[in-house]
Design a protein around this ligand. Structure first.
Ligand SMILES: [Zn+2]
Length: 195
């Protein structure tokens, strides 16, 4: 007896099998890539891929004293290929130190004051981290404000402009706009030194 519905031709089966195989290869590659490119997290691993930096040593030490940090602060320059999670900079805490990870190629595109603002932003996250700030944007803006206070609003806006450009991602465009506006407002409110 005919049931009315024909089984799909064998070509369909073959096509689905090929697509499934491609998908498996894709997944495998995606996971491997993630594993290979995920930034190392221990100090030892970070120093295996990056180099300790003496750039702006006095600036870094000054902030360390001001924040009364008990751990050592170290700045490590990381090659761009290992920077898959954040662009520009990242702060990592280990048992013995605060590690300021800086994307080396990006750092070299900044002028001296912008370099300090970037490092200042990352050091700002020693304070501006949960629970002092709860949302991503409030943590970022707090760290931006910290950077502006320790360098200048213009240097902070300068590094932000470079970190977010070029971007085609609408969400990142909004973040860029909002963070620059925040520093502009602080500057106009004269709550920041205008040097
Ligand atoms: Zn940040």
């Amino acid at each position: 007896m005919e049931t009315g519905r024909k089984p799909p031709p064998w070509q369909w089966g073959l096509l689905i099998a090929i697509m499934a195989a491609c998908f498996m290869v894709y997944l495998d590659t995606a996971f491997r890539q993630f594993e290979l490119l995920a930034p190392p997290n221990t100090r030892e691993d970070l120093l295996a891929v990056g180099t300790l930096s003496e750039d702006h040593k006095d600036f870094v030490e000054g902030i360390g004293k001001e924040l009364k940090v008990t751990k050592k602060i170290e700045v490590i320059m990381i090659p761009t290929m290992f920077f898959t999670i954040a662009r520009g900079g990242r702060l990592v805490q280990t048992e013995t130190s605060w590690l300021v990870l800086i994307e080396r190629d990006f750092f070299l595109r900044l002028n001296i004051e912008e370099q300090k603002a970037l490092i200042g932003h990352e050091l700002g996250h020693i304070i501006f981290i949960f629970p002092r700030c709860v949302f991503y944007m409030s943590c970022q803006k707090g760290a931006d404000r910290f950077a502006a206070l320790h360098t200048s609003p213009d240097a902070t806006i300068g590094f932000l402009n470079k970190i977010f450009n070029p971007t085609r991602d609408e969400k990142r465009k909004k973040e860029h706009e909002s963070r620059v506006q925040y520093i502009e407002r602080l500057k106009q409110g004269k709550s920041l030194p205008s040097r």
